[in-house]
Design a protein around this ligand. Structure first.
Ligand code: NAI
Length: 328
């Protein structure tokens, strides 16, 4: 069997693909670029293609289908970049490769700690040998109420991680989880969340219903000095409202692994470019806002898992076996 891999990263994924090529007996074509009309012909003779988050609209799927591709797997959890309906209509199967929740959950806790301890300012000062203390007083988690929005795989792991810090834990989800309730965490309404939480951490997917769930009105109901951490999706927060909240001092700090309109910016070197994302520039400039480029997932475990499982799914498909990674 043959798999054509797109967006294969030279510096971390290539070695893993070569390892699994041997172990699983799969012939592979490795392409460093995103799939497009020009390089689609690389997939001639491959039943499967292996991609990441680049857009896979109907027109492109059609080209791959014409080359005999029947299976599209994405080395990510989300698959909203693939037109799944079109793929099905073209007789193609779509699959994903979910990784464990720990990498993102660890990262969220790190951003919480960095935010409450003003780590960005501490690092900025030590960089210029400014070893003063004034303005750097932090807070202790044991004195704080942390609100977790979205208690799925990642949110639940964050709650477990935080349970050792002695903070009060509250949660909000559209579906309440028994395991969470039994662990002593209290589910509250969103209004109660805004009222009670000193720190809010987001772990819900972005949907039509929760776009800008943190907006001007929500922020106005929050505690003074509230800190917000987002490792979920940028669209959950209205960036303009967040900026105003930070400027007025209502929001005491933020840790943002994701921001609105990050698509096309992250994972590229834009040192010399004028970027069209003013909100990102403003947020990056605040001393109490830590921004990272959507990389909470990026660990050794996650990288190996997505490479391995994307290929195992291809094997299941080609051999006609039950495929746990198939998107139904
Ligand atoms: P999951 O599907 O296991 O859990 C999501 C939870 O959010 C579910 O319990 C669901 O009921 C809840 N939810 C849905 N709509 C909601 C709403 N309007 N309000 C509150 N809760 C709501 O997903 P998982 O694996 O825990 O991932 C959570 C999110 O983390 C993903 O959707 C993705 O956006 C983000 N993510 C970010 C990564 C990064 O590198 N920064 C990597 C992986 C995921």
């Amino acid at each position: 069997m043959k798999v054509t891999v797109y967006n294969c990263r030279e510096f971390d994924e290539k070695e893993l693909f070569l390892k699994y090529e041997k172990e699983l007996g799969i012939e592979m074509v490795l392409c460093p670029d995103a799939p497009n009309e020009e390089n689609a012909s690389l997939a001639k003779g491959s039943e499967c293609i292996d991609i990441i988050t680049s857009k896979m609209p109907r027109e492109l799927l059609q080209i791959f289908a014409s080359y005999g591709v029947k299976y599209v797997v994405t080395r990510t959890i989300g698959y909203d970049h693939i037109d799944v309906k079109a793929a099905k209509e073209l007789g193609m199967t779509v699959a994903n490769a979910p990784y464990g929740p720990n990498g993102v959950a660890d990262y969220a806790v790190m951003l919480i700690l960095m935010t409450i301890r003003k780590m960005k300012s501490i690092v900025n000062r030590t960089r210029v040998q400014d070893y003063t203390l004034k303005g750097l007083m932090g807070r202790e988690l044991k004195d704080l109420t942390v609100g977790v929005i979205g208690t799925g795989r990642i949110g639940r792991t964050v709650l477990k991680n935080l349970s050792g810090f002695g903070c009060k834990l509250i949660a909000y989800d559209v579906y309440e989880n028994e395991e969470v309730k039994n662990s002593g965490v209290t589910y509250v309404t969103l209004d109660e969340m805004w009222k009670q939480a000193d720190v809010i951490t987001l772990h819900a997917p972005l949907t039509e219903d929760n776009h800008h769930m943190i907006n001007k009105e929500a922020i106005s109901k929050m505690k003074d000095g509230v800190m917000i951490v987002n490792t979920a999706r940028g669209g959950l927060i209205d960036s303009e409202a967040l900026i105003s909240g930070i400027e007025s001092g209502k929001i005491g700090g933020a840790g943002l692994d994701v921001v609105e309109n990050e698509f096309g910016l992250y994972y590229y070197d834009h040192k010399e470019d004028i970027l069209c994302n003013r909100e990102l520039s403003i947020l990056r400039g605040f001393p109490n806002v830590t921004v990272s480029h959507h990389m909470a997932f990026y660990t050794d475990d996650c990288t190996e898992t997505v490479v391995r499982d994307s290929l195992l799914g291809c094997k299941c498909f080609v051999e006609g076996r039950e495929n746990p990674w198939e998107v139904k």
